[in-house]
Design a protein around this ligand. Structure first.
Ligand code: DX5
Ligand code: ZN
Length: 217
């Protein structure tokens, strides 16, 4: 089943709890949590404390996207009963196989994210170990950027590879996803659709989530 994953990076942090209630009401499937360290990406967002302030305030699971150097060290901080995925970047760790095991051993699903310039072939030897591949459709660091079309080709190629190998990892697309392109993204094979500014920038956040769901479900 396809799920909408609104990124709280674009939410109004002064009323985060309320905004999360709106996306839940609108039918969002999971909360995308963008963690940036000002080192792996040129921006700092927020840490585990902000995410943990939402536990119990929503029934939605957390989809943690770690855009940080040294994910092995900080991943444990993001484990809560609501954490479904912790995703690390292929480019952020020298020993990807080890980092994947570190996250798996925390008892949550593990995802690996690829920047726009990183080929899917870089995951060939770990694909059967992971629960999700996150295809970045912008260079990570900021919300509100424009969708980079090569991401669609990567999703198609990855879907094909997944079918050929008989694997069943999820495919997530993140960055520049809008009502205008989400049909193409889901059609290419992505089942987790991240949208930040396209959700939280709307005047009516509930309706915007419903509009997304009408397209992707
Ligand atoms: C980019 C983040 C994305 C971003 C999505 O570094 O990983 O999740 O916030 O925001 P939009 O949908 O506005 O591109
Ligand atoms: Zn993200």
């Amino acid at each position: 089943m396809n799920r909408l994953a609104p990124s709280i990076l674009s939410a109004d942090f002064s009323k985060l709890g309320e905004q999360v209630s709106l996306i839940e009401k609108g039918g969002a499937g999971i909360i995308h949590v963008d963690v940036m360290d000002g080192h792996f990406v040129p921006n700092i967002s927020f840490g585990a404390a902000v995410m943990k302030s939402l536990t119990g305030k929503t029934k939605l699971p957390f989809d943690v996207h770690l855009m940080i150097t040294d994910p092995d060290k900080y991943a444990p901080e993001f484990v809560t009963p609501q954490t479904e995925y912790i995703t690390i970047h292929q480019e952020a760790t020298i020993h990807l196989h080890r980092s994947i095991q570190v996250v798996k051993n925390l008892g949550v699903k593990v995802g690996v994210a690829l920047n726009p310039a990183t080929p899917i072939s870089s995951l060939e030897n770990v694909l059967s170990d992971i629960d999700m591949v996150l295809i970045m459709s912008v260079n990570p660091g900021f919300g509100g950027q424009k969708f980079i079309p090569v991401a669609l080709e990567k999703v198609r190629a990855l879907s094909k590879l997944k079918a050929e190998k008989g694997l069943n990892f999820d495919i997530e697309v993140d960055g520049g996803v809008t009502l205008g392109n989400v049909a193409d993204v889901a059609g290419a094979g992505a089942n987790l659709l991240v949208a930040g500014s396209a959700v939280f920038g709307a005047d009516d956040i509930v309706k915007r989530c419903e509009d997304f769901n009408n397209i992707i479900k």
